[in-house]
Structures are given as C-alpha cells and as structure tokens.
Design a protein around this ligand. Structure first.
Ligand code: TEU
Ligand code: CA
Length: 561
C-alpha cells in the first residue's frame, strides 16, 4: 500500500482530555495523563490520536471557546508536557492531530475584547456585527445552545453573531486578516510537529451576506441558521486558500466537522482533486433518531435508513476521488451500544463488536471514541443537576420551561442524547474514582464502571477491546479494507446489514445482525470458498455461498479469494 496516503489505512482514537486520565489528581484529566496511557493505546493498535481542544479557554463549552490559541490550558498541563506527549507518541509510531476551532473564538480572546472597545478597533472587523436596536435582532436565527444568535452591545449599538454560546463570537472570515491569523496559528502547531487537524464546524465559516431568516424547525421559536450559514458561498474558496497556504506544505491529515452537509456537498470538501480537506464528519446517521424536538428525543433509528445514508456516503466518495471518515460517536453524541445496539447487559458485548465490525470494514478512516473499545454505555445520571454540559442544560430548560414538556420525556431524552454520556471519565479499574483520579472527577463517573472498565477488558480475551484490536490489525494487513469497492446487499432488510467489498484480492462479505433474534442472511454467489476473518460468535472458519445464520447481534466477515 505504498502509494496510499498513510491516513487511509490508519485508525484514529479520539481522546477527550478532560475525561481521559488525571495525572496530578485534581479531578481533571490532563496531558500528562494521556502520556501515561500511550502504552494502552499502542496495545489497542491505533495510529493516530485526535485530542479535543487543549488550549487556554474559559471552558464555557469545554475548550471550544478558546482565548489563547498558542498556549495549553494550565488545567490540562504545560507546553512542556504537550511536547513530551507529542515526542513520546511519535517514538511509539503514533501521530497526534489537534482540534482547530476557528469558526469562533472565546469572548475572552484578546481580539474580541479589543473589538468590543470601539468600532475603530483594529479587531472590530474580526467579528460579525450588525447595527440595530436592543430588541430588534438582525434576523430570527436561534443559536445551537438556545436563545438568539445575536447579542447586543449597548456601547456600540451593534449586535455580534454567535452561532453557539454568547461566549463564542463568530469570526468574520471575509476579513483576510482573520484568515491569515488562522493560518499562522495552524503553522505554529504544524511546525511544532503535530500531524493534522480536526476542524470544528468548518462548514459554517462562510455566511450568506444577506443573513436571511431561517425556517422554524423542531418546534423552535427561533429560526434555523443552517440555510444561511452552512456550506456558504465562500467556504470552498477559503478552504482552497488554506490548503494552498498551509495544508499542502505538510504531510498531514485533515478532517472537517461539517454539520448540515449532504453527501453531494461532502464531496466538494473531500474530493482530493479540489485540494481542500482529506475527509469530513457528516451527521446523516446522527440524525436518524431526531424527533419532533430535534436531537433530544426518545426515537430509535431504523436500520434501513442507516444503511441508506451510510451507503450513500460510501458511494459518493468512491465515485469522486474522496474519502470517508467512519464514526459511531464522539464527545457530542450518545454511546453507540445504547444508541445503535443493546446496552441492557444481555447483548452489550455482542452488539459493541457487531457495530465495530460494520463500521471498520467500510471504506474510510475509522474513529474510535474513548471508551468505545470497552463497550461503554450511556451514563443515565439520577438528576439533571448531575449533568454539566451547556447543550444538555439549555435543552432541559427549553423543554420544561418553554415547551412545557413532561419531565419524564425530557429526562428520557437527556438519558438517550446528552453529550455528557460521552464525557464520563474513562473507567480504568473498579477502584475508587475508577482509577481515573484519586479525587472526585469534574463530572460523575458512569455508575456501571465497576463492571465496564479497562482492567476487566484487558483480562478477558473475549472482550470488546481485543475484538477492536483485531479489527485494527485486519485493516493494517489487508489492503482490500482500504481500497475495496463497497456494495450494499439486501437494502430493504430491516434486521441485518450486509455488504461486500470488492477488490483485486477478492471479495469480502460483511454481515451484522441488529436484532435480538437470529437471522438468516444470504452470501451471494462468489468464486471459491470464504475464509473467516473475524466474528463475534462461533461461526464456521470456511464457508460457501448460500444461507448462514447470524445469532442475536452476530457479525461475521469472510474473504473470498
Ligand atoms: O459541534 C458542532 C455541532 O454542530 C454541534 O452542535 C453538534 O451537532 C451538537 O453538539 C450535537 O448535539 C462542535 C463541537 O464538536 C462541539 O463540542 C462544540 O460545542 C461546537 O462545535 C461548538 O464549538
Ligand atoms: Ca489533572
């Protein structure tokens, strides 16, 4: 696979630094804590680590509000500790990519503080302002976390735009100085030796200059900003410029987080010939269980829809010179076994392995979110006061106070969808504080940490951990997993997900059962006999085309050579 870019046969592991490992026992995970656990990640076999934001931040949105892009947040560590992490990782053959959050800064960033002083400030035009009166917002946009996207500054007689919290003012990408400053920040980190970026909400950086009102969706009183902010008129110009000035000069990987992006829009970012990004995170599979009120809902996804959207992205990227990212979860999402599998104990381990297989055997770069390799479940805290996340908190109050929705529905939705489900501290053992820290962590542990923890998976050869280790190893050994053409089978089957990967080395057959009862699946006519590559149950080592039985949440992969 010499001519294939390294990030195409890599597996990325996402570390949420605050929740990974606390080295100095102040309750907050930190950079030195990650260095301590590199051996664990090496054992799993991952190639790249993506770190959520580690820069100086007031932490209104857990680091997605940055006030100094060039310094490490002292709560997470020092510049030297980051240097040690980077060097140690590199020595072990593991790359590190950082989060680049440049749709907005923190309101505590010196640029914004200066911009607030007067319209003549050098930095005023670094942000997006509209003249107006105190109670006439420039348009009807509602921010991601609730309330208007516009905040009024009396002294200036102007509103500034913030698609997220009011402490996260949006940068004005129309201003070439903003872009140059962003490129300088990127070069600063790349020159320090990092291996790429995950770019936060990069699909939102170019706004429609008309700032049109948005449609009222999900029962909200305010309009959606997506039509006027997602995939805006200049986003591709900006990324092509960024690529020319920065990205093309380094051997790195880039993944853009692109809310509100269809596969058609997706290829515009990720088609290599367009020289923008390597891949994007789309949200089509994350939206399948959105309900009447949006993300926070008790709706369950439908497998037929899941197959449709994932297949659409597989095909779109293949038809162009594009590349997919593959993920079941991240720090904003529920735990995959709860959301797409079965978390009640009976099939937790089986469904975690099945989900891993269905994802990792597709074409693209898989991302494992910390704890996924343990088969972690959602947290389900007792009370809303146990939740810490701004999105969860604001949604709860919108549902109860504004929509007058029943508390049990609201809490059920929080259990299923709160971002905190992903942010519970990594359970390293069944000891006090799950071995994460010697003191109470900044956010509560998942109550099931005595059962689901690293010590347990490492001592059980049938654990999700060792299964993931094998999935990663297969990717490294078999080029067909990187290059084979994806072909969905039996698209209308609502219980099983089966597909082929066709390449010069043969054909791979991949099957997963999403049901709690056994299912018959058919292996189509393929030459020769199939050799088993992996399975989560006792399936035959060699098989011919024809019907096979998959037990509840069973999964199997055969290679026909
Ligand atoms: O998230 C972007 C985003 O679109 C989120 O609104 C996401 O869809 C939502 O959280 C799902 O519930 C990114 C980061 O990943 C998130 O943690 C930040 O809060 C957000 O940007 C602002 O920087
Ligand atoms: Ca700490």
């Amino acid at each position: 696979m010499n001519d294939i870019k390294w990030w195409k046969n890599s597996v990325v592991y996402q570390v949420y630094p605050k929740s990974f490992n606390d080295s100095n026992n102040d309750g907050i995970g930190d950079i030195a804590g990650i260095t301590e656990k590199l051996g664990y990640l090496k054992k799993l076999g991952v190639d790249v680590i993506w770190l959520n934001p580690i820069y100086v931040s007031p932490q209104v949105d857990n680091g997605y509000d940055i006030s100094n892009y060039r310094k490490i947040d002292p709560r997470l560590g020092s510049d030297e500790e980051f240097e040690t992490l980077l060097n140690s990782a590199h020595e072990m053959g593991i790359k590190i990519i950082l989060d680049l959050v440049v749709n907005h800064t923190s309101s505590e960033h010196p640029w914004f503080k200066d911009a607030l002083k007067s319209k003549d400030s050098k930095y005023h035009n670094y942000y997006i302002w509209k003249d107006g009166k105190p109670d006439e917002t420039p348009n009807n946009w509602g921010s991601s976390f609730g309330g208007s996207t516009w905040d009024y500054v009396d002294k200036l007689g102007q509103y500034y735009l913030h698609l997220f919290a009011k402490e996260q003012p949006d940068l004005n990408w129309e201003n070439p100085n903003v872009r140059q400053d962003v490129y300088d920040i990127m070069k600063f980190w790349l020159n320090r030796g990092i291996d790429g970026f995950r770019m936060d909400v990069i699909s939102l950086i170019s706004k429609d200059p008309k700032y049109p009102d948005g449609p009222l969706v999900q029962n909200r009183k305010l309009g959606s900003y997506y039509a006027g902010a997602a995939n805006g008129p200049k986003v591709h110009d900006y990324l092509q410029e960024m690529n020319r000035e920065v990205l093309s000069k380094y051997d790195i990987m880039t993944v853009g987080e692109t809310p509100h992006t269809s596969s058609k829009d997706g290829v515009l970012y990720a088609d290599a010939s367009r020289k923008e990004l390597n891949m994007v995170f789309h949200f089509d599979h994350m939206h399948l269980d959105y309900g009447k009120y949006g993300k926070y809902s008790d709706k369950r996804f439908k497998l037929v829809d899941l197959k449709r959207v994932l297949s659409e992205w597989q095909n779109a990227m293949y038809e162009h010179d594009g590349w997919n990212s593959l993920y079941w979860s991240n720090h904003d999402q529920a735990r995959p076994v709860t959301r797409f599998g079965d978390d009640d104990g009976k099939y937790r381990v089986e469904s975690a392995k099945m989900l891993g297989t269905i994802l990792h055997m597709q074409q693209g770069t898989p991302f494992i979110f910390e704890g996924e390799e343990l088969g972690m479940t959602n947290a389900k805290y007792q009370s809303i006061d146990d939740y810490t996340d701004i999105e969860t908190f604001n949604t709860y109050h919108r549902f109860i106070d504004q929509y007058k929705l029943p508390k049990d529905f609201t809490m059920r939705s929080v259990y299923l969808k709160s971002r905190d489900n992903a942010r519970t501290p990594m359970p390293w053992s069944d000891k006090a504080n799950a071995g994460f820290s010697t003191v109470n962590p900044w956010i509560k542990l998942n109550p099931n940490y005595k059962e689901i923890n690293v010590e347990n998976v490492l001592s059980d050869k049938n654990s999700v951990f060792y299964y993931y280790q094998k999935l990663i190893k297969l990717r490294h050994e078999l080029p067909i997993i990187t290059t084979g053409k994806y072909e969905l089978l039996d698209k209308d089957n609502s219980k099983t997900y089966c597909y082929l990967r066709k390449g010069s080395e043969g054909t791979m057959f991949v099957a997963g059962n999403f049901a709690t009862d056994s299912q018959v699946v058919n292996i189509p006519e393929l030459s020769g006999s199939g050799k088993k590559l992996i399975s989560n149950y006792d399936s035959p080592d060699v098989v011919k085309s024809g019907d096979i039985i998959l037990p509840p949440y069973g999964t199997v992969v055969y290679l026909f050579e």
